[in-house]
Design a binder for this molecule. Structure first.
Ligand code: GSH
Length: 320
């Protein structure tokens, strides 16, 4: 077993270091993360978006420390230790600040969650008070129309999870020794991104809204004016696309304006989403110095990573 993945720089840098430092104090809601990890960044973005008080705990998930495996048997970050009122009491968590309750909770096994998509949905639902935490990230509401909109969000989250993210690693881990060509790998990623952009265009055409005045100023997000969990799920890989440009001949290969043929409109929609998402405060706040990512992802680019995602990609298996 290689130890290479345990040599990562141990702490976030840049804006992410500031954000982590602001959430270093002990708190019952804890995010166990690694600064380099895009799955962690999803959960981090939700915490930032919703101003959720929490403690950020930086760990190296490749070390598989027993204390970490006790929280998450899968041994992956993000892992969330949740902050719930104890079942014997309906009062809020602050009641456990001193005295008896604390003595009992410390002996209990902690409640945890893992899987970035599950964590993000949980945080959105558990911290639903819009006064304190802003608009829901998965649109709430009763009735079939609201249910459909949520289902459509989940469908495109599924597209990101099962199509875009695996294609990102397949291209990043491509080497000349592979049995598949780099053009095929690039087409896989481009197709995933294009389908996402096309859905944003199609949704607008279907609903006939969003640009009622025809002034072209409707919102850039997946849901138009409204930032949602769909944007959260793809944002970390959007931020990391530059790694493919850095490491792979031909890069991501999104065609330039004016050279996009029949896809001109689709790629223009992608550009608008991309430009907005990389500038979103919560996305920037959870981002370290670019040079650190270049360093951390070298082992992916060289296809020597021992990470579970890297191994699954190498073996053509679905991602953990
Ligand atoms: N499906 C998981 C994937 C999480 C994941 O793979 N995290 C990586 C870091 S980016 C990890 O913990 N890797 C540890 C390892 O591969 O041993 C999720 O969405 O949370």
């Amino acid at each position: 077993m290689s130890t290479i993945d345990t040599t990562l720089p141990p702490q976030p840098t840049g804006a992410a270091a500031t954000f982590a430092a602001a959430h270093a104090a002990p708190h019952p809601l804890q995010l166990y993360g690694g600064w380099f990890c895009p799955f962690v960044q999803r959960a981090w973005i939700v915490l930032a978006e919703k101003h959720i008080p929490h403690q950020y705990v930086e760990i190296n998930p490749y070390r598989k420390e027993p204390e970490f495996l006790a929280l998450n048997p899968r041994g992956l970050v993000p892992t969330l230790v949740v902050d719930l009122p104890s079942s014997s009491s309906s009062s809020s968590l602050s009641s456990s600040a001193g005295g008896k309750e604390e003595a009992t909770t410390t002996t209990k096994k902690k409640k945890t969650l893992y899987e970035s998509t599950v964590i993000c949905e949980f945080l959105d639902e558990a911290y639903a008070d819009e006064q304190a935490h802003g608009p829901r990230l998965l649109p709430a509401g009763d009735g079939p129309a609201a249910a459909y909109e949520r289902a459509r969000c989940r469908l495109w989250i599924n597209h990101i999870v099962t199509r875009v993210v695996p294609a990102f690693y397949r291209l990043l881990q491509h080497t000349p020794q592979k049995e598949y060509g780099i053009e095929e790998a690039r087409a896989g990623l481009l197709d995933g991104l294009k389908a996402f952009a096309r859905e944003m265009l199609d949704a607008r055409a279907r609903d006939g809204d969003g640009d009622a005045g025809g002034d072209g100023k409707e919102g850039p997000w997946f849901l138009g004016d409204r930032f949602s969990l769909v944007d959260v799920m793809l944002a970390p890989w959007a931020k990391r696309l530059f790694l493919i440009d850095h490491y792979k001949p031909g890069g991501v290969g999104i065609p330039k304006k004016g050279e996009r043929g029949e896809d001109e409109e689709v790629w223009a929609r992608w550009d608008r989403w991309f430009d907005a998402v990389v500038e979103r405060e919560s996305v920037k706040a959870t981002w370290s110095d670019e040079a650190r990512y270049i360093e951390a992802y070298k082992r992916y680019a060289e296809d020597t990573t021992q990470s579970e995602v890297g191994q699954a990609t190498r073996q053509g298996r679905s991602l953990p």
